[in-house]
Design a binder for this molecule. Sequence first.
Ligand code: FMN
Ligand code: SF4
Length: 510
Amino acid sequence: MTRLTPRSVAGLAAAALGGVVVHDLTQRKHALLRNFPVIGHFRYWVETVGPELRQYIVTSNDEERPFSRDQRSWIYASSKGENNYVGFGTDNDVERVPGYPVVKHRTFAGEGAATAPHGDEGVPVPSAKVLGGPRGRRHAFRPASVVNVSGMSFGALSAPAIRALNEGAAKVGCLQNTGEGSIAPAHRHGGDLVFQIGTAYFGCRDERGRFDLARLVDLVQSAPVRAIEVKLSQGAKPGLGGMLPGAKVDETIAEIRGIPVGVDCASPSRHTAFGDVDSMLDFVEMVADATGLPVGIKSAVGNLEFWDELADQMGPRTRGVDFVNVDGGEGGTGAAPMIFADSVAYPFRIGFSEVYRRFARAGLTDDLTFIGAGKLGLAENALVAFALGADMVNVGREAMLAIGCIQAQKCHTDHCPVGVATQNPRYTRGLDPELKKDRLANYVLALRRDLLKVSEAVGVPHPGLIGPDDIDILDGQRAAVGLRELYDYEPGWGELGPAVRRELLPLLQG
Ligand SMILES: Cc1cc2nc3c(=O)[nH]c(=O)nc-3n(C[C@H](O)[C@H](O)[C@H](O)COP(=O)(O)O)c2cc1C
Ligand code: SF4
């Protein structure tokens, strides 16, 4: 028998370590291990023993922000197609936490409520409304999915991340919003797009940085763009233009955007192509006429006069936006000053209900599609959004988590360890779009399935039919207040009009 000497033990250990390095570098499943061979395993180990450790020392499952460990775990498990159920019951502090939403299921349901046993994952969940239909846009269409990918630019995100989102979105019939950084080659992998016009007009600007309609038309015709979103502001940094740190501005981005390499790329805080609601509506109609596409706006909600004027000026139905996308103050960003991320603009529920009420008072809610964003990629938040009148939800950071983000919160440094929010090849090489596209697709399917399951529990066949009387907000153990009362919604608000319902219901029976 050969005796083990200290030398041979060291040799064996080195060989084993070498084997782990080779395995980590060549496997494609975990971007973290490809980028950080061997040491990356510690994170997975800590994750495994985390529940036991945390019970005694660190934070609870629901404490971390922006996304708690429970929320992230649900997204990770869903995206991997793993078991995303919980055992033993909720670990949320349902009895004491104020602001906790509770969905009120019905014992007996009306006709059409039942979906196949617990909503098959493949069941399509189209938007209740036709985007651009009410204003007769030439390329009006009904979005195939109530869950879509929120605007995140190539630049803020890496090429493989954009590609994974694009291919994943294509698999499950979602729209991918380009964000304000124009259309990159990574956006051209089959997924339908919403093109975002930001204040710097990347992709549709002339040499002096002014909006150029002809370039916009050329660009949107060169890709499967289904709608156009004019970005007025973003929840995480409203009133402040986009900011791409110079470290992320490589040659490709510089070329796509028409800017110098390596220099901070700051967008103006406001548009130069229009300066008030009147000229904005002219701009929207001009873009819709020239492209035939539905055109809407994305905005965070602060001063409410803008929304008063918008609803007023859309009243005669001669001009109008095809959708409004309300971004909550709790929304994400690649980079923003802390004061903007923390304190400027209303959180989603308040902001959205204020916007919705203005259109409801004007009798216009069926004339446009309402979209929301701001942690709405979690079923309970999305359900509140639908109950308040949203027709679709956009998912930003949840989509990033699905394709491998570990919430390291270094998006502004170009050192994203998993290659999602960086342009550094040292990190982007770890992200395999082939694998991660399935992660995005699985996550979207799981979210849509949960939305359908809860709709079924409430007794309706589509999340758009959940209304403000179906959800209460708890105030600890003392009281439960309905969304209608809390947000002062009048009868009929938050609900689809009869014509929209008539068109939707037959689609759900097939
Ligand atoms: C890395 C990153 C980049 C983003 N880039 C844009 C952008 O270019 N345009 C935009 O309107 N919003 C942008 N957003 C905001 C998201 O589209 C979304 O509105 C916000 O994060 C709220 O959704 P969430 O809570 O699901 O992330 C970005 C967000 C992140 C995290
Ligand atoms: S892992 Fe960290 S740096 Fe990368 S995208 Fe997620 S939060 Fe941003």
